[in-house]
Ligand binder design. Structure first.
Ligand SMILES: C[S@@+](CC[C@H](N)C(=O)[O-])C[C@H]1O[C@@H](n2cnc3c(N)ncnc32)[C@H](O)[C@@H]1O
Length: 270
C-alpha cells in the first residue's frame, strides 16, 4: 500500500485496513454513511461523508466510542496510565480483566476495554456464555498506546452518532441519499469452517439471508448498499442480482496454528 490511511485505535477481527484500496472506490458520494457493523471503524475513518450513523451489537465497543466522543483529552490521559509497563504482566492483566468483568461504571469499563484490547491475545474480543470477557494475556513486549489514532477518531466522531442495536434496526434508518456499507461476520469458507463468533452470538445463515433481502428491498427505495463478504458460490447466489466485484487478498487463517493464504473477497453493490 503506497497511500497512507488512518488506522483504528483498536485491533479488531475482520478490520478492513488492508482492503481500503479495493473498497473506497466502490463507495459513492452521498449525504450520510450508515455502518450497521462498525467494528473498529476503518471505513468511517477513511471516508468523508457529511454525517455518519454508526452501529455495532458489541455494547462495550459502542460505550467506548461514545465516551471518547464526549471526553477526548481526559479520557486519553486516563487511558494512557494503563499502558505503563507495570500493567504489562499476566498478574496485572487478570486482575484488570476481573475488574472489567465486575464493573458497572461505563467510564471504567471503557478504559479497561481499551487496555484489554491492546494487551490481550491477538487483539481478540471474546466473551463466555455469561457475557464475561475471557481473552488470555497477549505477551506483547510493549503494547502500543494509540493516542494519535484516538485523537483522530474523536475529531471524526463529531459528525457521527453511535448506536448499539441489531443490524436490521440500523439498516431500516436508511433514507434516499444515504449510503450503507455492511461488513457482517463472513460466511464460512468451507463446509467444515465455523461461523465467526465476535460476541456472545454468532451470525447465522438466516441473518446473512435477512441482510441480503434488506439490501434488495432498499435498492428499490434508492438507498445504495455495499456489502463485503467472502467470495464463494454461496455469496454469489445470496447477493444476486447485485453487481459483484471480486478480488484476492493475503490473509492469516487459523487452522491448527496460523497460515498465510490467499482468500477471495467480494463486494456486492446494490
Ligand atoms: C467484520 S466486523 C466489522 C469490521 C470493520 N469493518 C472494521 O474495519 O473494523 C463485524 C462486526 O459486526 C458486529 N456484529 C455481529 N453481529 C451483529 C449484528 N447482528 N448486528 C450488528 N452488528 C453485529 C461485530 O460486533 C463486529 O464488530
Amino acid at each position: 500500500m503506497t497511500k497512507s490511511y488512518h488506522r483504528s485505535f483498536l485491533k479488531w477481527a475482520g478490520g478492513k485496513y488492508r482492503l481500503l484500496p479495493y473498497i473506497l472506490p466502490h463507495l459513492p458520494v452521498g449525504k450520510r454513511l450508515i455502518e450497521p457493523f462498525l467494528g473498529s471503524g476503518v471505513i468511517f475513518l477513511n471516508t468523508d461523508y457529511p454525517s455518519y450513523k454508526l452501529n455495532d451489537t458489541n455494547k462495550d465497543l459502542i460505550n467506548l466510542y461514545k465516551i471518547l466522543k464526549t471526553e477526548k483529552s481526559d479520557f486519553i490521559n486516563h487511558a494512557a496510565k494503563y499502558f505503563d509497563q507495570k500493567y504489562n504482566h499476566p498478574d496485572a492483566y487478570y486482575l484488570l480483566r476481573n475488574q472489567f468483568n465486575t464493573s458497572k461504571d461505563i467510564y471504567e469499563r471503557a478504559l479497561l476495554f481499551l487496555y484489554l484490547n491492546r494487551h490481550g491475545y491477538n487483539g481478540l474480543c471474546r466473551y463466555n456464555k455469561q457475557g464475561k470477557y475471557n481473552v488470555p494475556f497477549g505477551h506483547y513486549t510493549k503494547p502500543y498506546f494509540p493516542a494519535d489514532e484516538m485523537a483522530y477518531f474523536y475529531h471524526k466522531a463529531k459528525k457521527a452518532t453511535f448506536t448499539c442495536t441489531n443490524f436490521t434496526t440500523s439498516i431500516k434508518k436508511g433514507r434516499q441519499g444515504d449510503i450503507i456499507y455492511c461488513d457482517p461476520p463472513y460466511v464460512p469458507l468451507s463446509k467444515t469452517a465455523h461461523f465467526t463468533h465476535y460476541y456472545q452470538h454468532g451470525f447465522s445463515m438466516k441473518q446473512q439471508e435477512e441482510l441480503a433481502t434488506m439490501a434488495k428491498n432498499l435498492q428499490q427505495e434508492k438507498v445504495k448498499i455495499l456489502i463485503s463478504n467472502h467470495h464463494t458460490p454461496l455469496t454469489e447466489k445470496l447477493y444476486a442480482p447485485a453487481k459483484i466485484f471480486a478480488f484476492e487478498v493475503q490473509r492469516n487463517i487459523s487452522c491448527k496454528g496460523y497460515k498465510r493464504t490467499k482468500v477471495r473477497e467480494l463486494l456486492a453493490q446494490f
